[in-house]
Design a protein around this ligand. Structure first.
Ligand code: NAP
Length: 277
C-alpha cells in the first residue's frame, strides 16, 4: 500500500502558485475576501487556515466578519460591495451560515467571475456540462492528488459514497469527466458493501468515523477518504478504517494529511486563476 500524501501535493502546489505570483510581480495584487457570519468555532479555524494560506503564497486576504444576527439585507449589501470592488478577485462565504439566512440565495449573489468556491449555480452548471472553471475545492483537490500519483482513471469503476453538493456530487462529475464509470451511493443505497467492493477507485465522503472496512473493498482498490471525523477517543480520523483496510488497498489518503490540506490549496489556486484568466 502506498500513501497518497496530500500534504506533499499541497505544499508543491502552493510553492508553484507562490513562484508564479512572484515571477509575475503580483504579490498582494490578487485579493480574496472571506465572509464569516457568526461565531461557529470550526468555521473560525477554517477561515484562519484560508487567511494563512493566502499570506503564504502572496495573495491579499480580507476578512469580513459579520455578527450572528446579520439580516438578509446586510449580508446582501456586504456581498454586493465585494462584487463591485476591483481589488477583490475571489469571494467566499464561509458555510454554514446562521439558519435564518438562506445559503443558496447568498452563495448565488456572489458574482460568477469571483465564485472561487465554485458553489454557485453557474459554476456548478459549467462543471455539469464538462466545462469546469472554478471547481469546488475539496473534489478538485482529490483529482489533483490522483493526478499527482498518476493513478489511471479512464475506464475504471469509481464509487463515490456521499452525494452532498459540496463533495460527493461534484467529485462524481469530475470522475465521469475523466472517463470513469461512476456509481454514486448515499444513505438509502442497498447492498452498499457490495457496491463499494466493485470499485477500482473508492471515494468516501459521508462524515461517519471509520465506516468503511476491508470487507467493503476490492483487493488493490485506490481509496480516497474525504471524511474528517472524531473517533471514540476524540482523535481526528476519516470515514475509512485505515488500520483495517491498509493491507487491502493499493493507495490510500490518510486522515489527517490526505484530502484536507488540498481543500485550501485549491481555493488559493482558484483565486489565482480568477485574477490571471
Ligand atoms: P454531508 O453534506 O453531511 O453529506 C453526507 C453524505 O453521506 C450524504 O449524501 C448522505 O446520504 C451520505 N451518507 C451518510 N451516511 C451514510 C451511510 N451510512 N451510508 C451511505 N451514505 C451515507 O457531508 P459532506 O459535507 O459531503 O462531508 C462528508 C465528510 O467529508 C465529512 O466528514 C466532512 O467533515 C468531510 N469533509 C472534508 C473536507 C476536507 O477538506 N477534507 C471538506 C468537506 C467535507 P443522504 O444524501 O442520503 O443523506
Amino acid at each position: 500500500m502506498q500513501i497518497l500524501d496530500g500534504k506533499l501535493v499541497a505544499a508543491k502546489t502552493r510553492e508553484q502558485i507562490r513562484n508564479n505570483i512572484e515571477a509575475k510581480g503580483l504579490v498582494d495584487k490578487i485579493g480574496l475576501a472571506v465572509i464569516l457570519v457568526g461565531e461557529d468555532p470550526a468555521s473560525k479555524v477554517y477561515v484562519r487556515n484560508k487567511i494563512n494560506a493566502c499570506a503564504e503564497v502572496g495573495i491579499k486576504s480580507t476578512l469580513v466578519q459579520l455578527p450572528e444576527n446579520t439580516t438578509e439585507e446586510e449580508l446582501s449589501e456586504a456581498i454586493d460591495k465585494l462584487n463591485k470592488d476591483d481589488s477583490v478577485h475571489g469571494i467566499i462565504l464561509q458555510l454554514p451560515i446562521p439558519k435564518h439566512l438562506n445559503e443558496y440565495r447568498f452563495v448565488n449573489e456572489i458574482a460568477d467571475s469571483k465564485d472561487v468556491d465554485g458553489n454557485g449555480y453557474i459554476q456548478k452548471g459549467k462543471l455539469w456540462v464538462g466545462k469546469p472553471e472554478f471547481i469546488p475545492c475539496t473534489p478538485s483537490g482529490v483529482m489533483r492528488i490522483l493526478d499527482f500519483y498518476n493513478i489511471p482513471l479512464e475506464g475504471k469503476n469509481a464509487v463515490v459514497v456521499g452525494r452532498s453538493n459540496l463533495v460527493g456530487k461534484p467529485l462524481a462529475q469530475l470522475l465521469m469527466n475523466r472517463n470513469c464509470t461512476v456509481t454514486i451511493c448515499h444513505s438509502r443505497t442497498k447492498d452498499l458493501d457490495k457496491v463499494c467492493a466493485s470499485a477500482d477507485i473508492l471515494c468516501v465522503a459521508i462524515g461517519k468515523a471509520k465506516f468503511v472496512t476491508k470487507n467493503m473493498l476490492k483487493k488493490g482498490a485506490v481509496v480516497i477518504d474525504v471524511g474528517m471525523d472524531r473517533d471514540e477517543n476524540g482523535k481526528l480520523c476519516g470515514d475509512v478504517d485505515f488500520e483495517d483496510v491498509k493491507e487491502e488497498c493499493s493507495f490510500i489518503t490518510p486522515v489527517p494529511g490526505g484530502v484536507g490540506p488540498m481543500t485550501v490549496t485549491m481555493l488559493i489556486e482558484n483565486t489565482y486563476n480568477a485574477y490571471v484568466k
